[in-house]
Ligand binder design. Structure first.
Ligand SMILES: [Zn+2]
Length: 162
């Protein structure tokens, strides 16, 4: 009997390619929330995610999406669990992820632990103008703020450092 299933590397690749429902241009791997993917001897897959923003409504959707794509790929029983420690930070977003955010017009977060003046400076993703202003603390999603660039006049979303 051949046990259907996927190996750990494949499972990690598939789970890591799931995108964030709120920031669909970026994958879970690029977000840095895919903490661990393990395949147990019986073929069951255990995926560990770090929640992003506390109470982020996207977490449940991401967990369900990870489960669905792994089951579709032939994985055995799939369990998605979350770990709170070590705490996820926007500093965990990869360089590729930051480039994709900027390319989509979403300002990537500044350093989470940086000086306040650095964290508050959010360059415009369109024209790189540095003097942008906050229009709303919460944008279309809780993890982004809505800002505007006086130089090009464009409003944009910015991922808040955390
Ligand atoms: Zn601008």
């Amino acid at each position: 009997v051949v046990t259907p299933g996927v190996d750990a590397a494949t499972a990690r690749r598939i789970a890591g390619a799931v995108t964030d429902p709120e920031l669909p241009m970026i994958t879970l791997a690029e977000l840095g929330i895919l903490r661990d993917v393990r395949v147990e001897p019986g073929g069951a897959v255990v995926v560990t995610l770090a929640p992003t923003y506390l109470g982020c409504p996207a977490l449940q959707a991401m967990s369900q999406a990870v489960q669905a794509v792994l089951e579709e790929a032939g994985a055995g029983r799939v369990t998605v669990r979350t770990v709170l420690k070590p705490r996820w930070s926007t500093d965990d977003i990869s360089a590729e992820g930051r480039e994709k955010l900027a390319a989509a017009g979403v300002a990537p977060p500044g350093p989470a632990a940086g000086p306040v003046s650095v964290s508050l400076e959010v360059p415009c993703p369109r024209c790189a103008g540095r003097q942008t202003e906050e229009l709303a603390r919460f944008g279309p999603t809780p993890c982004t703020a809505l800002r505007r660039c006086p130089r090009c006049g464009e409003p944009f979303q910015a991922v808040k450092p955390l």
